[in-house]
Design a protein around this ligand. Structure first.
Ligand code: PMP
Length: 446
C-alpha cells in the first residue's frame, strides 16, 4: 500500500526541446522567471558572430578588432536600452548576483543600507559582506504606498549619515508584483540616499529607463532577458565605481603596472568600466545581452506588455475558479504584476504538485521558496500549507511545510501553455488522490 503516485513518464526527446518562438506545443517552459529560453533571434545573432570572435582590447589582428568593436557596441546597445545618463557606466558582470556584489564591494566606507525583507537573496544579502555597512531590513509592506512610507521613516530615523543606499526590486520574483520604483527613488533622494534597482525580473517584462525612474544603478541578468547564461549588467553612477578598488585585480583593469624602487609594484587602474572587468571578458555573453536588448526594443515593449497581460489575466481568471488555490500577493490579488505568480494548493505539498505538473502535463514550473525565504515565510505566514486531509503535507502530523509553486511566462509563451497549465491545476485538484502516498509509518502524504 505504499506508492499510488503516477509513475514518472519517460519524456521523449521532442518534448525536451524548449520552444522559444511560440506557436508550437510540447514542453511548456513556465519557469522563465528562473531562466528564460533564449530568443531564436539572439541565438541567430550569436551564431553569426561565433566563428569570428577573438580576444578583446588586446590583439592587433582583425578578429580582435572586430570583437573589441562588438563588445564595446554591445555596451552602447545596453546603455541605450537602459536610457543611461551622461557619465553613467555600464559594467558587464556575470549576473544580477554578481552586479549587486560588485556594488556592495564599491560602497564607500560606513554606508547605511536599506533593504526590504521581501528581496531576492541576491539583493538582500550582498550588503552583509561589508563589515562596515549597517544594514536596516524593512518589514514587508502591504501596499505600494506603505512601502514608500516605511522607507521614508527608516531613512529619517537613521539620519544623519554620510552615505546611504536603498536596494529594491522592480518586480518580485515571487509574486510578480510591480514595486513603486520611481516613488521609492524620490524618497531615497529626498533623504540624500542612493538607490539601486534589482531589475532581474522587471527588465524582461517592462522598459527600464534609468533616467526616467531616477535610480542610481540598475542590475539585471542576461539569462532572464532571453539571452544565454553567464553575463549580467550593472549600470549607473560612475563615481562610487571609479573611487573603489577594482572588484577583481588583474589584466584589463590595470592601465599601467611598474616595479618601484623599493621592490613593490605601482598600479594605475582604469577609471572606465574596465576597472571592474579584469580578465578576458565574456564577449559572447555581452553580445547576446545586447542582441536581446535590441530584439525586445524592436518587438516593442508595448506589444510585449499587452501580450503578457493577456496571459496574466488568463492564468488569474483560471486559478480564481479553483477555491483550493491561493495566489500569493503582498499588494492584493488585483495588483499590477508581470508574468510571475506563486500559489499554494490546499491539501497539496507544493513539490508534489509541481512534480505532477511536470510528469503528467509536460509543464515546467518551480517550487520552493524562490531564493526569497523571508518573503515566502511572510506570505505563507503561520498558516503555512494547509495539511492534507489525512495528515500534514510533510514530516510528522501537524508539522508545517513552507513552500509554494511559481508559474512564470513572457515573450514567446503560447496561449496553449498557460491554458494547459490552468487545465492541469483544475484536473490535479479534482483528482489529486493519485498523487498521494502512504509512508511506512502509515502517514498519508498528499
Ligand atoms: N533578483 C531577482 C529578483 C531574481 O529573480 C534573481 C534570480 N532569480 C536574481 C536577483 C539573481 O539573478 P542571477 O541568479 O541571475 O544572479
Amino acid at each position: 500500500d505504499s506508492a499510488v503516485c503516477a509513475p514518472l513518464p519517460v519524456l521523449g526527446r521532442d518534448v525536451l526541446v524548449p520552444l522559444v518562438t511560440g506557436g508550437e506545443v510540447g514542453y511548456a517552459a513556465l519557469d522563465i522567471a528562473a531562466s528564460a529560453p533564449a530568443l531564436q533571434r539572439v541565438w541567430d545573432d550569436v551564431a553569426a558572430y561565433a566563428p569570428y570572435y577573438g580576444s578583446v582590447h588586446r590583439g592587433a589582428g582583425y578578429l580582435s578588432q572586430l570583437s573589441t568593436d562588438l563588445f564595446e557596441n554591445s555596451r552602447a546597445e545596453v546603455a541605450r536600452f537602459l536610457g543611461v545618463r551622461e557619465g553613467d557606466q555600464v559594467v558587464f558582470t556575470r549576473s544580477t548576483t554578481d552586479s549587486l556584489n560588485l556594488l556592495a564591494a564599491v560602497l564607500p566606507a560606513d554606508t547605511r543600507v536599506f533593504v526590504f525583507e521581501t528581496e531576492h537573496h541576491a539583493s538582500l544579502l550582498p550588503w552583509e559582506q561589508r563589515a562596515d555597512a549597517e544594514v536596516t531590513y524593512l518589514d514587508a509592506p502591504r501596499t505600494p504606498e506603505q512601502a514608500v512610507d516605511t522607507l521614508e521613516r527608516a531613512l529619517a530615523e537613521r539620519e544623519p549619515y554620510r552615505h546611504a543606499l536603498v536596494c529594491v526590486t522592480g518586480a518580485s520574483n515571487v509574486t510578480g508584483e510591480l514595486w513603486p520604483v520611481r516613488e521609492l527613488a524620490a524618497a531615497a533622494h529626498a533623504h540624500g540616499a542612493r538607490i539601486v534597482l534589482d531589475a532581474a525580473q522587471l527588465a524582461p517584462h517592462h522598459p527600464v529607463d534609468i533616467a526616467q525612474l531616477d535610480v542610481d544603478w540598475v542590475a539585471f541578468s542576461g539569462h532572464k532577458l532571453y539571452a544565454p547564461f553567464g553575463a549580467g549588467v550593472l549600470a549607473g553612477r560612475a563615481d562610487w565605481l571609479q573611487q573603489a578598488e577594482p572588484y577583481l585585480a588583474g589584466g584589463g583593469a590595470s592601465r599601467t603596472v611598474a616595479r618601484r624602487a623599493d621592490g613593490g609594484v605601482d598600479v594605475e587602474w582604469h577609471t572606465t568600466a574596465a576597472r571592474h572587468e579584469a580578465g578576458s571578458p565574456n564577449v559572447i555573453g555581452a553580445y547576446a545581452i545586447a542582441a536581446a536588448c535590441k530584439a525586445l526594443t524592436e518587438a516593442g515593449f508595448e506589444n510585449l506588455v499587452a501580450r503578457e497581460q493577456h496571459l496574466v489575466e488568463r492564468v488569474r481568471a483560471g486559478l480564481a475558479e479553483v477555491p483550493e488555490v491561493r495566489v500569493l500577493s503582498l499588494f492584493g490579488d488585483d495588483a499590477p504584476r508581470v508574468g510571475v505568480l506563486s500559489f499554494v494548493v490546499r491539501g497539496w505539498n507544493s513539490s508534489h504538485f509541481a512534480a505532477a505538473l511536470s510528469a503528467e502535463y509536460g509543464i515546467g514550473v518551480r517550487d520552493g521558496l524562490f531564493c526569497a525565504h523571508p518573503l515566502v515565510r511572510t506570505l505563507l505566514g503561520a498558516e503555512s500549507q494547509a495539511p492534507g486531509e489525512c495528515g500534514a503535507p510533510e514530516g510528522a502530523p501537524g508539522e508545517k511545510s513552507l513552500n509554494a509553486i511559481r508559474v512564470s511566462f513572457g515573450a514567446g509563451t503560447p496561449d496553449e501553455h498557460v491554458d494547459r497549465f490552468v487545465r492541469a491545476v483544475k484536473e490535479l485538484v479534482a483528482d489529486g488522490a493519485r498523487w498521494s502516498y502512504r509512508t511506512e509509518d502509515g502517514r498519508c502524504v498528499p
